[in-house]
Structures are given as structure tokens and as C-alpha cells.
Design a protein around this ligand. Structure first.
Ligand SMILES: NC(=O)c1ccc[n+]([C@@H]2O[C@H](COP(=O)([O-])OP(=O)(O)OC[C@H]3O[C@@H](n4cnc5c(N)ncnc54)[C@H](O)[C@@H]3O)[C@@H](O)[C@H]2O)c1
Ligand SMILES: O=c1ccn([C@@H]2O[C@H](COP(=O)(O)OP(=O)(O)O[C@H]3O[C@H](CO)[C@@H](O)[C@H](O)[C@H]3O)[C@@H](O)[C@H]2O)c(=O)[nH]1
Length: 329
């Protein structure tokens, strides 16, 4: 099957490309390398440098490579930045999705697996968030992803474009074999920042607020390993190949860890001190996001292989130790 991975040079997209290639799919990648790395893309995939908002290149790839399904990872995806620059998010994410849907409709591509996010829920009331929980994003980033989900839903109704929207919780870790990992510049995600401090690349980490309504006052998140996450994408594609209906799934571990607990677990894994100081809250951050992910387990048969946060951090630590400067381009 011919699959186009948009954003396939990014952290999560490159793990998807790696897995798809290993499973025998023919993979094309479109990426503008705004945050991605050419080096992260498996050499067996066909790489196109370009922008999702450029319909000409989308048409070209879809037609030349007889694309049958699309994995859509390309986005701007930083909660804090989106509060300061909302229009960047509506342009890259929402406009990008609109152009992609036009290209899919015009070229009769009927399957899309979409990277959505827990950020669509905002401050959730439930301690374990199900897919039915109210969607009240607290950031333009979450809002843009909710708009994108709804755009695909209406295109399903009108044009029969079938989708699986996957609401990821916090994605972490690296390929167990160590070939690829997470490399953002600047890095804003908690686990890589903590590991940069463990490597001595930062003096300390700043914890963004300890006055949240959580047991230790710091924000709670649900961390899912990137390889488990990608497995759910492959299962979603198989689902679309077998069923003529669309689905939305949460992808998380159903276990929450506070920022302080992540720092402690990282100290254990690395054997390093990792100095932490307390700072102000970061705009747009909900106190707690933890998934109920039974739906993906029941309908897709998804079974995450990574069971502990230490295991997840260990794979990230292996990557950061082996590639202290990230990808060298
Ligand atoms: N990392 C997480 O914890 C997390 C959680 C929930 C959802 N997500 C979603 O998963 C997806 C991937 O996240 P990531 O952490 O790998 O991010 P990333 O920034 O590493 O990857 C995004 C990729 O998309 C490319 N891209 C961005 N805009 C583009 C455009 N206009 N045209 C072509 N390519 C473009 C970038 O160059 C990059 O390679 C995003 O959609 C993000 O919103 C991530
Ligand atoms: O230096 C830091 C960095 C982060 N945090 C905190 O750590 C937690 C996790 O932050 P981060 O790793 O930046 O992830 P999130 O902001 O939770 O967002 C991620 O997870 C979301 C889903 O939950 C996705 O939608 C986003 O794309 C993805 O970046 C948050 O409470 C942050 O305030 C700190 O305290 N200090």
C-alpha cells in the first residue's frame, strides 16, 4: 500500500516512516523541515521537500506515487507559543488541513490518519478522560486541532473521506534500537529538557508552577512511548482498510505523572542530580491530562508494550547520550 506521511521528518513522523517501511509499505514523505530533520527520514522512503499548504506538490505526490492513504503529522504544536502567536497556528494547522482535504477530494484519496491531541479537551473534569469528554481547548493549538478534526468529519460526510483521529497525550521516548529520537530546537518538551540537564547542557530545569490543584502542585500528564503510539497508527490504517467508518481514539497510558515525578524518575534512570527550580505557570497549561484509552484497546486491539515511565525515559536517555547534539546536518 502507498502511504504519504506529511511531517515525516519530525519526531513522531520519522518513527512512523521507520515502522511503515519495516512493515513493507511504500512510503512517500512531504516535509518543509521547519522543525524536522532530513536525516531522520528512513532512506527507503521517497522524500519531498515542500509545504502542506502547496496543493501543487500534494497533487504531484498523490498522482506520481499513487497514494492510497495519508498520515498527517505536520503542524505547529507548542501550547505556550500558540497562546502568543495564535495566527501561526490557524495558518499552518487549519489552512494546511484545508488544502490537504481539497487535494484528497480532488484525487479521490479516501483514508487519513490524523495526529490530534489531548489539548482538545482543555481543563477536563474527569480524572480519566474519555473521547466523549467536552472539548474546551485552553490554547489556540488545541483549538486548531479541534477545528482540524471537525473539518475532516464534515469531509467524511460530504466526500466519504474516512479518518482515524488519534488524540495523543504526551509522546516520549525514542526508537529502542537508537537510530532516531527527539530533536527540537529550541526544545520545549519536559523529558528531553530534563535529560539535557542530566547531560550538563542546561544548568537546571524550571518547573512551570507548583500551585496547581494536584497532589504535589505540579501539572500531571500521561506519557506514551512513541513506538506504542505508532503501532496504534498502523492498526488504525488496517482498521480503515477493513471498515468503512471513521473513528476517534485517545492514545495514552491511563497513568499520570506530575512534573516533579518525571524529574525524580529521570534522576533514577540517569543517576544524575538534575537540579530543578520552581518557576511561574506557563500560559495554556491545563493542570491534569490523563487518558482513558480503553476504546483504542478494544476496537483496534492496541496493546502498548512500554509499561513504566522509567522504561520510556530510558529509551530517550539512550538517544540523548548517543546524540548529545541531536541530528548533525
Ligand atoms: N509531541 C507530542 O507530545 C504530541 C502530542 C500530541 C499531538 N502531537 C502532534 O503530533 C504531530 C507531530 O508532532 P512532533 O512532536 O513530531 O512535532 P515535530 O515538530 O517534530 O514534527 C512536525 C513535522 O512537520 C513538519 N511541518 C510542519 N509544518 C509543515 C508544513 N506546513 N508543511 C510541511 N511540513 C511541515 C516539520 O518540519 C516537522 O518535521 C503534530 O501534529 C503534533 O501536533 C504531538
Ligand atoms: O521546562 C519545562 C517544560 C515543561 N514543563 C511542564 O511539563 C509538562 C509537560 O510539558 P510539555 O512536555 O511541554 O508537553 P505539553 O505542554 O503537555 O504538550 C504536549 O502534549 C500535548 C498533549 O497532552 C500535545 O498536544 C503537545 O503537542 C505536546 O507538546 C507541562 O505541565 C509543562 O508546564 C515544565 O515544568 N518545565
Amino acid at each position: 500500500m502507498n502511504v504519504l506521511v506529511i511531517g515525516g521528518a519530525g519526531y513522531i513522523g520519522s518513527h512512523a516512516v521507520n515502522k511503515l517501511v519495516k512493515k513493507g509499505y511504500a512510503v512517500s514523505v512531504l516535509d518543509n523541515l521547519i522543525t524536522g530533520h532530513r536525516e531522520a527520514v528512513d532512506a527507503s522512503a521517497k522524500f519531498y521537500l515542500g509545504d502542506i499548504r502547496d496543493k501543487k506538490i500534494l497533487n504531484q505526490i498523490i498522482q506520481e506515487d499513487s497514494i492510497e492513504a495519508i498520515f498527517h503529522f505536520a503542524a505547529s504544536s507548542l501550547v505556550g507559543e500558540s497562546v502568543e502567536q495564535p495566527l501561526k497556528y490557524f495558518n499552518n494547522n487549519v489552512v494546511g488541513m484545508e488544502v490537504l482535504l481539497e487535494a484528497m477530494q480532488e484525487n479521490d484519496v479516501k483514508k487519513i490518519i490524523f495526529s490530534s491531541t489531548a489539548a482538545v479537551y482543555g481543563e477536563a473534569e474527569a480524572s480519566l478522560i474519555t473521547e466523549a469528554e467536552p472539548k474546551q481547548p485552553t490554547s489556540p493549538y488545541g483549538e486548531s486541532k479541534l477545528m482540524m478534526e471537525n473539518m475532516i468529519k464534515w469531509c467524511d460526510l460530504a466526500y466519504g473521506i474516512k479518518f482515524v483521529s488519534l488524540r495523543y497525550f504526551n509522546v516520549a521516548g525514542a526508537l529502542r534500537t537508537g537510530e532516531i529520537g527527539e530533536d527540537h530546537d529550541p526544545e520545549t518538551h519536559l523529558i528531553p529538557i530534563v535529560l539535557q540537564a542530566a547531560l550538563g547542557q542546561r544548568e537546571e530545569i524550571t518547573i512551570f508552577g507548583d500551585d496547581y490543584n494536584t497532589p504535589d502542585g505540579t501539572c500531571i500528564r500521561d506519557y506514551v512511548h512513541v513506538e506504542d503510539l505508532i503501532e496504534a497508527h498502523i492498526l488504525s490504517l488496517e482498521y480503515l482498510n477493513q471498515h468503512n467508518d471513521s473513528q476517534i481514539f485517545n492514545l495514552g497510558s491511563s497513568t499520570g505523572y506530575s512534573v516533579k515525578e518525571i524529574v525524580d524518575a529521570s534522576r533514577k534512570v540517569t543517576g544524575k542530580d538534575i537540579p530543578a527550580i520552581m518557576g511561574e505557570r506557563r500560559a495554556g497549561d491545563p493542570a491534569k491530562l490523563v487518558a482513558a484509552s480503553e476504546k483504542a484497546r478494544e476496537i483496534l486491539g492496541w496493546q502498548p508494550a512500554y509499561e513504566t515511565i522509567e522504561d520510556i525515559i530510558q529509551t530517550a536517555w539512550n538517544w540523548h547520550k548517543a546524540n548529545p547534539a541531536g541530528y548533525v546536518e
